[in-house]
Design a protein around this ligand. Sequence first.
Ligand code: PGA
Length: 252
Amino acid sequence: MRDILVAGNWKMNGSSAANAELVAGIVGGVPAGDGFSLLVCPPFPYVAAVVEATAGSPVSVGAQNVSEHDKGAYTGEVSPGMLKDLGCEYVIVGHSERRSLYNETSGQVAAKFVAAQAAGLTPILCVGESLEEREAGTTEAVVDEQLDAVLDAAGIAAFGTAVIAYEPVWAIGTGMTATPEQAQDVHRHIRERLAGHDGTVAAKVQILYGGSMKGENAAGLLGQADIDGGLIGGASLKAADFLAIAQAAAND
Ligand code: PGA
C-alpha cells in the first residue's frame, strides 16, 4: 500500500512571524499513527527558516518552483542545487498558476522536473484541466499532454522518485472540490497511463489530489483507491485546518 503525503502549498503568503506560528502549530500537532507524511512548501525567502523550525520533526520542506538551469545569468531564479543546499526535499513543478500566469510550457515543466531530480530533489508534478477543457470533454487529453512531456524528457523510471498532483484548475481556490469519484477517475487514468510504460513504477507512485481540499472533504478523497494524498493551498495556512487533513490521512 502507498503512504499518504499531505503537502501544504503556502503560495505567496506568510511572514517570519506568521510562519513560525504556523510551523509550531503543525509540528506540535502531528497526529499519531503511520502510513502518512507531512510536507510544507513556503515561499523561497522562508525556506531556510522553515527547514530549521521543522528540524527533528516529521514535517518535510519543499519549494513551490525551481529553475531548470543549474546556475548562471538567470536573474531572479533559484536553482535546484540551492534548494537542496537549504535542506529542501521536494519541489512543486508545473503548478497551474505557473502554467497560466507565467506561461510555463509543458516542455519547460519537464526540464524543471529533470533538473530537480538531478539535484536530488523529489519533484511534485502538477497536472490538471481547466473548466473549459473539462466541459469540452478533453480532461484526459490535457492531462496526457502534461504527463507525456515529462515521460518523454525523463523516462518512466524517473517516476520512481517523483510525486504527481492532479489539480483540476476549476477546483483550485474556488471552494469547488472535485467529487471523490471525479478525482478518482482521473487518478486512475494517470496511473493506467504510467502502467502502459511500467506497471511497477505506476503502482508505486503517489498521486495527490489538489483543489479546495479541507478537513471536511479529505476523508472521502483519501478513501479513493488511487488518491494518495493532497496538495493543499488555502487550508494549509492554518495549523488546525492542515492538521484536520493530516488526521484524515492518519485515519485512512
Ligand atoms: P487550494 O489550492 O487548496 O487553495 O484550492 C491548491 C493548490 O493550488 O495547490
